[in-house]
Design a protein around this ligand. Sequence first.
Ligand code: GLA
Length: 740
Amino acid sequence: MKKLVSLVLLSACLLQARSQDIKMPLARFRTGDSLAWSQPAYDDAGWATLRTSESWDLQGYDKYDGFGWYRIHVIIPSSLRDHSLWKDSLRILLNKIDDADEVFFNGTLIGKEGAFPQDGGGYQSAWDQVREYHLGTASGLINWDGDNLIAVRVYDGNGAGGLFGGLPSVSMIDLIDAVKMTVEFDSVNQQGKWVSPVKVVNNSNQPVSGNLRVRIVDTDSSLVWKDQVRQVTIDPDKVIIGQMDLPRDRRLEVQVAFTEMNTGKSVGIRKTVPYILTPDPSPQPRINGASVVGVRPGSPFLFKIPATGQKPLRYKVENLPAGLRLDPATGILTGTLRSKGDYRLTVSVRNQLGEARRSLLISCGNQLALTPPMGWNSWNCWGLSVNTDRVKSSAQALIDQGLIEHGWTYINIDDGWEADSRGPAGQIIPNSKFPDMKALGDWLHGHGLKFGIYSSPGPRTCGGYLGSYQHEAQDAATYASWGIDYLKYDWCSYGEIHRESDTTLASYVKPYQVMSRALRAQKRDILYSLCQYGMKDVWKWGATVDGNCWRTTGDITDTWGSLSSIGFSQTRQYAYAGPGRWNDPDMMIVGQVGWGDHLHPTRLTPDEQYTHVSLWCLLSAPLLIGCDLSHLDAFTRSLLTNDEVLAVDQDPLGRQGRQVARSDSSQIWMKPMADGSFAIGLFNTASQYQSLTVNWASIGLPAGTYRVRDLWRQRDQGAFADSFTSRVAPHGVTLLLISK
Ligand code: GLA
């Protein structure tokens, strides 16, 4: 009976449901600047029409910087106000605007973000800020049931320009806005299921009543696992908590919706359960990670043989060259090679259940980073609030959670470690958060890990800390004395030294050349990571300054927009990558990230994270984990420990993958592998499921039958004569290895 009542109530609410907001997908647009364009009476019939959800650069105004105006005409029905509970404020949501703007409503200025060049104090970008403006219904400004004009005066300083980040809308501020909901997938119970609390919070100061509906849908079979509606009243500042135990190996979608009783307005969330594809590791011994490693003659050598399998494991090496030794209990190789040459070792790892053998090539010469570096960097989680404990706890977790056994090696401190001023002899010193860099380096090396640091060729880093300008040789020597193995060298304030009028390539190369020489003068190998966001096509010259990798883009953030625009734009420089020289599309954005003290789970969906890791591996990208590893959840761990996927990145041939097919809603990327096979990613860039087909002939493969293996599932799919088809989740991927 109770169930029946709530279902009747729900349908009543659904019947009542009406448009909660008015979307504004299009606007009139022109470049230039005139305040006359803020006025409703102005005739904009001759202006262009632009989508309001993406920058003007993507709509025919590529690389246009300067002023541009949007005029959005919108009819605001009085029913929008009448069907709200509170009736007092209209919300105008414009999402983000690149870079600064003024907003006029029916000719009256209602808001401003950032600053224009002519403003006292000069130009200031507010590109990453959400624009939300509120208008009182009693203001007299709103023309109910008639035409209203929202005019937006935008100034774009550089890069993309204009409105972006979602569809602008007009809605009433209402009680429903106070209802927020979350579903979490943090912990796992003894049966190996996600323990998933659903929380619905009332942030207002009055009770809110309505229907709460929870649905769980298996998206692979479209089967509805659960569909429950109940009537609830949530008191002010109270939370309703439900709990679900959900399997980890199915792609389920949890949908939670709350419909407010008085207005019929709803809020809801949909979350894909983080479904784990990586199989549990076998108890049999297995050797993972890179099979080639570079070192310079005379430099300290350190290599931890990554291996999984039931512990204890015993390590053995045949053909160990003079100068190197192996710790048979940890698999850590150390020592020094005096002469250049290729040393071919056979590594074996044994436990009670058997033995695994593999060859390891140590190439002693000039080349480092024969496969892309893999490790952890502090920036995407801790930002400038990094400290010794935070570095050590992630390093410790990398060991304890077994990531080290899959090839993860570097522990890199990004910006924020430097003291305010140099020491008496001009030497760089760490700030109080890093009391003993040498001890930290020794501790890492003792565990088979490597140690990375960050600086800038300019006087200041991007975070405002001291850079290496005019102290390059001294800093390189200091790093070497701490045991540094990796330097990220970030352009930042070098822009102040570099004359803007000097557009020569030499002037962009110079600061990287200076530090290159300083690093080479050290008696240890310091992997050199250039960070200047791709200026002057750095992939064409990065290797000439002994760069081992170079950022090809600006900074990544944990959104699909950022991930897909960076990741899928990496094809043009593919030919420049190879052993010792890698294109770097920036660090990883899985797990707990935050760029400061407060971390949050990545905003990428599980499928977007599969896309992220798959694409980065196809791109032979440096893999630098950007999350707090001391809070590693089971899903993120599974993403970072799939050896067949990581092997695509670490393949010794070192050829970067490239885009071989694309449509508006899909892309196919392909990477040739050392053994003659091909790694292929079928990416669904749309928001719905799609069946994607890769046809051997259309991606340039010789005719014939190919064996297909699903790398995430580590499962053979069979042999296919012409093509292979896979149903791919929204923003997701199927990653394949195909071979004859
Ligand atoms: C720049 C870099 C980032 C990070 C910060 C540190 O923005 O691109 O990766 O190193 O500087 O301030």
